[in-house]
Design a protein around this ligand. Structure first.
Ligand code: GLU
Length: 417
């Protein structure tokens, strides 16, 4: 493989190409799946608290809707680019197909620094984004949700703005809403919980005793903090290290994930914690642990650091944390990867449950959501594992094979090719 650094979107295309070759995918289907169906670039004027108007740049990429309405979150991030949004929209397409929910894939983003904005500014930006894209979304068209640095309150403002524009209450246009506005029980920690269910399946396959397992988590946002809390609380695994964008902490005897979260909420970071030593994000990746969970952004495990990874299993709660070069290194080293769009599909799966509940206006108990989520995640994991064992390919290629086959079938049945 040459050493050109691929962009996130080029990575998704490379991954698709590998699967397409193995599947002998029809060239026309392959060509359609290599690029997004539709992209919106919008400018969002927002009145800031100091009276100035600032114009923000936003995107919504609708990648493919062969299996149903597009589905995917919205990120608010200073380093957002159209390239990452394209990649994330492609991954949403594969993710929804891998867990077999009736949605296509999309993603949105706004270039902004939400940590430096007041609540009023964030509300005006959220409403402005919907004003710019509302004609292109809808419960049967494209359904947004939270992602990096967006949350249930932002979803509530967006749902309200959309409903006002339509002239009627329309909760199913967006998922990840607060419970009081039609959110689903169990949506808050769904990404991590879904990941946990895949870890349980993988551990059974690899003969790892999870009650004695050690875990390192890179990223301590919604996915990272919740996987630490659930792996420790439900499985009894020992969380030896966690990190965020400022750095990490390590305690070989185990951290108390809830206390660490409390501290992050008070100080803005997990670092300088009295019951642990500081370590860097790079050091965390190289720890000798059973399970390593990248749970932040893309391109974290690369050609430069992959050979240092000593974990038995990498559970990718983030989208796109491992580059294709790193994938090969890890595969050759016998590290078992639960690939991103399988491992982190719990969020969109419960988003689907939320949409279903909104559509028939009848709400489920949390227990029921957990059971249904477990069933979906375990089935998806087993589908991918069988493909991987049968074809002797790594779990990522296998996940692509499962997902691309399903999307291609829908395209053929529709008569697109
Ligand atoms: N942002 C989450 C993801 O990347 C959830 C998307 C959704 O619920 O639509 O999977």
């Amino acid at each position: 493989m040459d050493n050109k650094v691929l962009t996130s979107f080029e990575i998704t295309q490379t991954q698709l190409d590998t699967a397409a070759k193995m599947l002998h995918l029809e060239p026309a289907i392959h060509a359609i799946l290599r690029v997004p169906m539709r992209e919106l670039h919008v400018s969002i004027p927002v009145r800031m608290d100091n009276g100035d108007v600032k114009v923000f740049e936003g995107f919504r990429v609708q990648y493919n809707n062969a299996r149903g309405p597009c589905k995917g979150g919205i990120r608010f991030h200073p380093d957002e680019t159209i390239d990452t949004i394209r990649a994330l929209a492609a991954w949403m397409t594969w993710k929804c197909a891998a867990v077999d929910i009736p949605f296509g894939g999309s993603k949105g983003g706004v270039i902004c620094n939400p940590k430096g904005m007041s609540s009023g500014e964030l509300e005006r930006l959220s409403r402005g984004y919907i004003d710019a894209i509302w004609e292109f979304i809808g419960p049967d068209r494209d359904i947004p949700a939270p992602d990096v640095y967006t949350n249930p309150q932002i979803m509530a403002w967006m749902m309200d703005e959309y409903s006002k524009l339509k002239g009627y209450h329309s909760p199913a246009v967006i998922t990840g809403k607060p419970l009081a506005l039609g959110g689903s029980a169990g949506r808050g920690d769904a990404t991590a919980r879904g990941g946990l269910y895949t870890i349980v399946e993988a551990a059974r396959h690899l003969n790892i005793d999870l009650s004695a397992a050690t875990v390192a988590v890179q990223g301590y946002g919604n996915a990272g903090a919740n996987i630490a809390i659930l792996a420790n609380g439900i499985l009894g695994s020992r969380i030896v290290a966690v990190s965020d964008s400022k750095g990490g902490i390590y305690n070989e005897h185990g951290l108390e994930p809830n206390k660490v979260l409390q501290r992050k909420m008070e100080t803005g970071s997990v670092i300088n914690y009295s019951e642990a030593e500081n370590l860097s994000n790079e050091e965390l990746l190289g720890l000798r642990v059973d399970i390593l969970c990248p749970a932040a952004l893309e391109n974290i495990i690369t050609q430069a650091n992959a050979s240092k990874i000593k974990a038995k299993m990498v559970a990718e709660l983030a989208n796109g944390p491992t580059t294709p070069e790193a994938d090969e290194i890890l595969y050759d080293a016998g590290v078992f990867i639960i690939p991103d769009f399988l491992c982190n599909a719990g969020g969109v799966t419960v988003s689907y449950f939320e949409w279903v509940q909104n559509m028939y206006n009848y709400y489920w108990e949390e227990e029921e959501v957990h059971q249904r989520l477990n069933k979906k995640m375990a089935k998806a994991f087993q589908d991918v594992l069988s493909e991987s064992l049968e074809r002797k390919v790594n779990m990522r290629v296998a996940a692509y094979i499962v997902a691309v086959t399903r999307v291609a079938e829908a395209m053929k049945l529709r008569g697109w090719v």
